[in-house]
Design a protein around this ligand. Structure first.
Ligand SMILES: [Zn+2]
Length: 393
């Protein structure tokens, strides 16, 4: 399975009508999302780039599906990174310049709300498409499935040894003193036009990417098996490689590139979370990548409830509400949000509002679950109890 469709930047999608039809204002949207969460025993949250915009990271699309990015921008593809030395130099140069901006971002109110929903027992699992670690920064003990990997670590493509990205950044600094100076200059010169990407990439006009140097994996470099296969200069940087040669010891960020397969264990973990939940709530994502869309489709195929809080349209979302005739079923249109919800507001505003209602009505859910667990109740018994309570409410 590939992470992306053929085009990483498909055209913007039209805005959908709200579900239920009454959820046109922020307040009615909050009520609908509260009903959705309140009447599920365990909701899985699937988050996307839209929730990190308030932290200063750009979305791939702006609100209402309009592009905020340079149309000429082409993200790097996995095959190019693995096979082409020139593409790696370009990638690492841009990533080197953009790293500081990634490192200093902090979680926002949406991350805080997701963490509180988890602590309160309404959310049982979280999967994110974001590579910025902000869910973990916000709630370090909350288990997260990072569907598309993380920017904060790198991995050797040959021996799989992980290396923290900050440490790799130090190596890049020492191998590229001129770039290091350039980085200080662009930090202190707001006049230099730069464009930042959600994946930490940065675009600066008129720079020579081929002059950027990067190191190989030190473990592979000293491995006798690869004797002479990794050619480095006197500073330990990889020498320019002609053509599409495969060289051992190439270090790559652990985020999933376009055209790259998801790791099997991550894919399985995400599927297990879908299977364990009885509803899925998508926040801040247009589900443009197939790996995310198919998780929601999986939930739908298992007759689970789907909710979406996103500014702008979502890929193939009609399939989530279809009554069999290409229209949203009446139970979604005329319901109160319990069976499914689709609203177009900022996820942070909606979740904060929903939390107020949930904490007031159902504030002891987490304690209730903990008590039952303490009494030795099985997971199934706890879930049945939640369904009973929801039905009686
Ligand atoms: Zn290695």
């Amino acid at each position: 399975m590939k992470c992306s469709s053929a085009s990483p930047t498909p055209p913007p999608l039209p805005s959908p009508p709200p579900l239920p039809s009454t959820a046109k204002t922020l307040q009615t949207a909050i009520t609908a999302v509260s009903n959705f969460l309140l009447n599920a025993r365990s909701t899985l949250i699937l988050s996307g780039a839209g929730i990190s915009v308030a932290s200063g990271l750009p979305d791939y699309r702006g609100p209402r599906g309009t592009y905020t990015l340079n149309k000429d921008y082409k993200p790097i593809f996995y095959g190019d990174f693995v096979h082409k030395d020139g593409m790696r130099r370009r990638y690492w140069a841009r990533s080197f310049l953009g790293w500081r901006g990634v490192e200093k971002v902090v979680p926002n109110k949406t991350h805080a709300a997701v963490g509180r929903l988890w602590e309160g027992g309404w959310v049982g699992g979280v999967i994110t498409q974001n590579v910025d670690s902000l869910h973990t920064t916000s709630h370090p003990t909350m288990p997260i499935t990072n569907l598309h990997g993380l920017l904060s670590t790198t991995t050797c493509l040959t021996c799989r040894t992980p290396l923290p990205r900050p440490l790799f950044q130090q190596h890049l600094h020492s191998l590229n003193p001129t770039w290091s100076t350039f980085l200080s200059q662009i930090r202190s010169s707001p006049d230099i036009p730069i464009k930042r990407r959600p994946d930490g990439d940065i675009d600066v006009p008129d720079v020579q990417y081929e002059t950027f140097r990067y190191p190989p994996c030190q473990i592979c470099l000293t491995n006798p098996t690869f004797n002479g296969m990794i050619k480095v200069d006197s500073d330990g940087a990889i020498r320019p490689i002609e053509g599409d040669a495969n060289v051992p010891g190439i270090i790559k960020p652990t985020l999933v590139f376009f055209g790259e397969n998801l790791q099997d264990e991550v894919k399985r973990e995400a599927e297990d979370k879908v299977d364990a939940a009885d509803s899925v709530l998508v926040i801040g994502s247009s589900l443009a990548t197939y790996s995310a869309w198919r998780l929601v489709k999986r939930a739908k195929d298992q007759r689970k409830k789907v909710g979406i809080v996103n500014l702008g349209g979502v890929r193939g979302e009609d399939a989530f509400w279809d009554d069999g005739e290409g229209k949203a079923a009446a139970r979604y249109r005329l319901g109160d949000g319990t069976d499914g919800v689709r609203v177009e507001f900022d996820a942070g505003d909606v979740l904060e509002g929903a939390l107020e209602i949930l904490e007031r009505i159902d504030g002891n859910r987490a304690n209730r679950k903990a008590t039952l667990e303490g009494e030795g109740a099985t997971r199934q018994e706890i879930e049945l109890r939640e369904v009973e309570i929801a039905t009686a409410r």
